[in-house]
Design a protein. Structure first.
Length: 484
């Protein structure tokens, strides 16, 4: 059998005999496929390219297995260090290059007789690197220079730069997808690698600078921050709000303003407020204060079960129960409760409708203005003028929920009540004597009939029916009533 003549291997043939990862010549060399090329780019060297003559196109069986496991997440065996093929100087493409021998690292390794035949001494042991790599033969043409083994960028020797566009790290073997949309995430990744205290200082510094540019200070400033979704709102150094506190007096005003509600209903209102606003929104002791407020006049009233009164027709004397209070005592209590100074103005009202004869009182302060429904004060003339111009009440004044006018029905005080009696001068005198009406200064308001009875005059059909003058009935009928 005739043997083939020896053929000199060129650079392309040498590339296929050398492992691209460890740089060794092995008898178990395979060609790098496109899928293996992608794995080498992702995990070993991002600049690796099969078409580049600086890189080998083969891969040994050991490196192929290690790379495959590494890509699947098995990091039990480290990847080999790839030689710096980028530093190889290739033979120039000249017309007489057929007579020249390429002495680059790849060709010298391919021509070497020291062939690695796989792991020796047990599976999994680290394979020794060929003498060619150890001595680092990286050459061009006739010169042979000391090689440089490629190392991963670590520590202070790492030559890593920051992209000015997307702020991502740029370096050998680092994937770089330059997009403006990735800028925020790239900066955030850099901050997360810092110590926690430094990261907090960076975040607070950005917020302070933005608040200072908007409001000129960093105290209680609301910032609206852009995100990739719904805008985020942040309040920098917020001022703590004082807790809402509803005083007992305000709840008493509410009780009057919504129609003199019972203590049971006001207890439900207070429980609702404490549930939704906070337990401390109402000072403690409201139940006792409410009960004391409701019973402030209860001890001022008396009950007399068998008081004699004039009966209807020829019935003679009849006995009726009377609920009454001493005028002077109850007025003093009300003046103290309402903080009245001086002598109050007391207006007495009496009427016998609804099968009950009632005597009531409206108590006003000494200097009272009927137009403004307020107490006049000498040094508050200007405030009164301004209050006359107001058409709407403010929230500071209680809004639409007020205690009611001093002359309103909510402020009327009951002095005496008697069921089923005849309206006569004698009966009215008995009631006025029980309540001690003549011990105070007062003005009485009543209808024409009751006015005549209080004055001790006869009815409106008498000869002299007027309680203000001495005009006779006949003369009054002769007068013409002129329209006012």
């Amino acid at each position: 059998m005739m043997a083939h003549p020896p053929t000199k291997a060129d650079h392309e043939m040498s590339r296929a005999k050398v492992c691209s990862l460890c740089g060794c010549r092995s008898s178990q060399i395979r060609k790098v496929t496109p899928s293996i090329c992608l794995l080498v780019k992702e995990h070993v060297n991002g600049n690796y390219d099969i078409s580049d003559p600086h890189y080998p196109t083969g891969i040994c069986n050991t490196c192929r297995v290690v790379l495959s496991k590494y890509a699947k997440g098995d990091r039990s065996r480290p990847l080999p260090e790839m030689p710096s093929y980028e530093n190889i100087t290739l033979l120039k493409d000249l017309r007489y290059k057929d007579d020249e021998t390429c002495n680059c690292f790849i060709c010298i390794t391919a021509r070497s007789t020291a062939i690695s035949k796989g792991p020796v001494g047990g599976r999994g042991k680290k394979r020794s690197i060929s003498p060619t790599i150890k001595t680092g033969l990286v050459a061009a043409q006739r010169a042979v220079s000391v090689p440089k083994i490629r190392k991963e960028p670590t520590g202070h020797d790492c030559k890593v730069r920051i992209c000015s566009k997307c702020h991502a790290q740029i370096g050998r073997g680092i994937k770089h997808q330059c997009k403006i949309a990735n800028t925020a995430s790239n900066i955030l990744n850099s901050i997360e690698s810092m110590p926690d205290k430094v990261a907090q200082q960076v975040a607070s510094g950005i917020l302070k600078k933005k608040a200072d540019s908007i409001a000129g200070n960093t105290r209680n400033v609301s910032l609206q921050l852009s995100t990739k979704g719904v805008s985020a709102r942040v309040v920098l150094n917020p001022i703590s709000k004082e807790p809402t506190v509803i005083s007992h007096e305000s709840l008493h005003d509410l009780q009057i303003g919504i129609g003199n509600q019972s203590s049971t209903r006001m207890r439900k209102v207070s429980n609702w407020v404490r549930t939704h606003v906070g337990r401390s929104s109402i000072p403690p002791g409201y139940d006792k204060a409410r009960t004391a407020k409701s019973n402030i006049l209860s001890c001022a009233f008396n009950v007399k079960k068998d008081q004699e009164f004039d009966g209807n027709g020829d019935a003679g004397k009849v006995t009726r129960p009377v609920v009454y209070a001493d005028c002077k005592s109850i007025i003093n209590r009300i003046c103290a409760e309402r903080d009245y100074a001086g002598t109050p103005n007391v207006i007495i009202m009496a009427d016998g409708g609804g099968k009950f004869f009632k005597v009531c009182a409206t108590i006003l302060p000494q200097h009272y203005d009927w137009t403004l429904d307020k107490q006049l004060v000498a040094d508050a003339a200007q405030s009164l003028v301004s209050s006359m111009k107001k058409k709407r009440s403010t929230y500071a004044e209680g809004g639409s929920l007020k205690k009611g006018k001093l002359t309103g029905v909510k402020r009327v005080i009951l002095l005496a009540v008697v069921p089923d009696i005849k309206e006569t001068h004698s009966n009215i005198s008995v009631i006025f004597e029980l309540i001690g009406l003549n011990n105070i200064a007062f003005k009485i308001v009543s209808d024409f009939k009751l006015q005549l009875l209080v004055l001790g005059l006869q009815t409106a059909t008498a000869t002299h029916p007027c309680g203000y003058c001495f005009i006779s009935q006949s003369e009054l009928k002769k007068r013409k009533i002129e329209a006012v």
